[in-house]
Ligand binder design. Structure first.
Ligand SMILES: Nc1ncnc2c1ncn2[C@@H]1O[C@H](COP(=O)(O)OP(=O)(O)O)[C@@H](O)[C@H]1O
Ligand SMILES: [Mg+2]
Length: 284
């Protein structure tokens, strides 16, 4: 990835106030009907969470903890069963979710699965302009195509413009999805396991890209789900640990991400360390 180019592709929003809340969840419960269990299952319970503009959160927790469910609330992709969620100052259930999503960039497995496998890479990236799977031809113009090409170069995929999305490797798809999510210069960027399937150099490029974005755009807010502490960019400011649908720890990253909290979250004795801005975890 041409990391140095990345910051220049983003809108500079330094003049906007930091400190205002971008995501605010109050008293949130999410339950779904399980056909297998024939009963209501709680996916999230008593969630209190506030993300302010300019913050960079990482979300950690075991498989099935509720991370993706929580991220999809922040993505204005679903509603809470109880409680309230505000995203970019708009209350979910009380606003046009589609319009709201246009200011949000999302990289996740559901989007990846929804993209038609025959769609060329360039068009896949373009579809992010309005954060929809459908290509909104009537709204797309030459400037969108230029931006898609620019972002394709930034993530190092210029050679793949006409390749079908379904024919790309997992690591390439993740980079395509990142470029797609950046199309609208989102105020809020949400990444669900963005390094999944990436080799080590690609993962390190992704970390550099996240650092470059955070440093180049003080108005950008991000939430990144990861399983690996090694993937946490040094620019991360806050962490949230979740287990069985409940928040176990949250706050400024140095306070929230400790051996104690991570051990409690994963139910294993885990030794968490930080050196030169990067994190590692090992069974202790
Ligand atoms: N629509 C649904 N109906 C029932 N259970 C669900 C539904 N969606 C997710 N789940 C369950 O909710 C739990 C949390 O899921 P998820 O948020 O995807 O976890 P994570 O991303 O932390 O791995 C999992 O046990 C999952 O199987
Ligand atoms: Mg998940």
């Amino acid at each position: 990835m041409a990391i140095d180019d990345l910051a220049s592709t983003l809108d500079h929003r330094d003049n906007r106030a930091t400190g205002e809340s971008v995501v605010r969840a109050r008293g949130v419960n999410v339950f779904r009907w399980s056909t297998a269990l024939r009963q209501r299952v709680m996916l999230l319970e008593e969630i209190e969470w506030r993300v302010d503009r300019g913050q960079h959160w990482v979300m950690l927790g075991p498989n099935g903890a509720g991370k993706t469910t929580l991220l999809h609330l922040a993505a204005a992709d679903s509603h809470p069963s109880e409680g309230t969620v505000e995203v970019l100052g708009k209350r979910l259930g009380n606003t046009d979710m589609r319009a709201l999503r246009e200011a949000i960039g999302l990289v996740d497995a559901r989007t990846s699965r929804a993209i038609p496998s025959r769609r060329p890479v360039l068009e896949t990236i373009e579809s992010g302009a309005f954060n929809s799977i459908a290509l909104q031809h009537q709204r797309l113009d030459a400037s969108h195509r230029d931006r898609a090409r620019e972002l394709m170069a930034v993530v190092g995929l210029s050679d793949l413009a006409t390749r079908a999305f379904g024919e790309c490797s997992q690591g390439e798809r993740q980079r395509i999805l990142l470029a797609r999510a950046l199309m609208p210069s989102p105020e809020l960027l949400l990444l669900d396991e963005p390094a999944a399937g990436m080799d080590l150099p690609s993962r390190e490029q992704l970390v550099s890209a996240l650092v470059s974005m955070a440093e180049g755009d003080p108005g950008l807010t991000t939430v990144t789900i990861t399983h690996h502490l090694e993937e946490i960019p040094p620019t991360a400011t806050h962490a949230l640990l979740i287990d069985h649908g409940r928040i176990v720890a949250q706050g400024p990253i140095d306070e929230a991400l400790t051996s104690e909290s991570v051990s409690a979250g994963f139910g294993l004795p885990i030794d968490v360390r930080k050196a030169s801005g990067r994190w590692t975890a090992a069974i202790s």
